[in-house]
Write a protein that binds this ligand. Structure first.
Ligand SMILES: [Zn+2]
Length: 331
């Protein structure tokens, strides 16, 4: 019997015989992309050249375009959620994953069994793929030492109160990853936060895509032209720009899921970490597996921390066979 699923050393999630998800595999015909984050677009340019097709949700394709990836029309399979497609005898279906706009889980059904990959996700909002032969799960926060004790909603409240406190003294700079900052813009508008927004052109284009996905208008974002800003505005930037912008006047807020000490942490006279994550907590990972009840679990060991712990916990507490791949040498 052919293998149903495995995780390669480069982070490719191999499902069935045909699909390579979230990293490039030279001998796989189809590349699927769960969402437009760097660590899930590995080798995408090679895949665009060499694969027969690229599969993603329509929103992810739009994100990829803004980020500079051109996928030729004849290779594109834009797959809305819950619409199965058969390729070379293996049926692929994308399911919702709450993470960033357009994120998907991938299910592959073959004549010899079924395999699914969650991609990045958090709960609630990610329907478990039930009864699979093999489930490949993301374990970004793979053990209880990364267990946050507050919710996204707490983090959002904290963010709003810092903005309210500081905005009369000048700009508030907010840093996060693509997708996350757009979701924050949407959530702020949804809660009636009406301060003016500013961002660079790429961030604005991504916001337009996210705004359509969530069905919440985020209009009139002004273009940031560089340098210091002397206005009461909220300025959004990709996390990679934080180092250069931190010197500028205003209040600086870093959105990071790795802040475990509290929902807000002041890191300097005018800087804060807000612990807002777009990944499942450890207990949400376990909750997902318990509800999905697969026959076997593979924990992705290439993207998270403490994957070994997740596997051990699933095995012992849920009684489901679980391994980490790629295999880790015992130290
Ligand atoms: Zn991600």
């Amino acid at each position: 019997v052919p293998r149903l699923a495995s995780v390669a050393a480069n982070g490719a999630i191999l499902l069935g015989n045909v699909y390579s998800v979230d990293a490039h595999t030279p001998d796989r015909l189809i590349r699927a992309v769960t969402h437009a984050h760097q660590d899930h677009m590995k080798g995408l340019r090679s895949s665009i050249r060499q694969s027969l097709n690229i599969i993603a949700t329509p929103t992810t394709f739009r994100f990829l375009e803004v980020l500079g990836y051109r996928v030729p029309a004849e290779k594109r399979i834009e797959l809305p959620y819950r619409r199965p497609v058969e390729i070379l005898g293996e049926v692929v279906t994308l399911y919702e994953a709450r993470h960033i706009a357009g994120s998907a889980q991938v299910l592959v059904e073959t004549p010899w069994g079924s395999a699914g990959y969650t991609g990045d996700f958090k709960l609630p909002g990610t329907p478990p793929m039930r009864g699979l032969d093999v489930l490949v799960i993301d374990a970004t926060y793979g053990s209880p030492r990364y267990q946050r004790r507050w919710s996204d909603w707490d983090a959002l409240d904290a963010l709003i109160s810092i903005i309210d406190d500081k905005i009369n003294y000048g700009p508030v700079w907010v840093y996060g990853f693509h997708g996350k900052i757009q979701e924050i813009m949407v959530e702020l508008r949804r809660r009636g936060v009406e301060y003016e927004f500013m961002a660079d052109p790429k961030t604005i284009e991504l916001a337009r895509v996210a705004s359509e996905f969530y069905g919440v208008p985020v209009d009139g974002i002004r273009t940031y032209m560089g340098g210091a800003v002397d206005e009461s505005v909220v300025i959004f930037f990709h996390a990679s720009k934080r180092r250069y912008k931190m010197r500028l006047p205003g209040t600086h807020i870093h959105l990071t899921g790795w802040e475990m000490r509290g929902v807000v942490r002041q890191t300097g006279p005018n800087s804060f970490n807000v612990s807002f994550s777009d990944h499942a907590t450890f207990s949400e990972i376990i909750e997902y597996v318990a509800e999905a009840a697969p026959r076997r679990v593979i924990v992705d060991g290439t993207r998270g921390r403490d994957a070994w712990y997740t596997a051990k916990h699933i095995q012992k507490r849920l009684g489901i066979e679980a391994v980490v791949q790629p295999g880790v040498g015992l130290a």
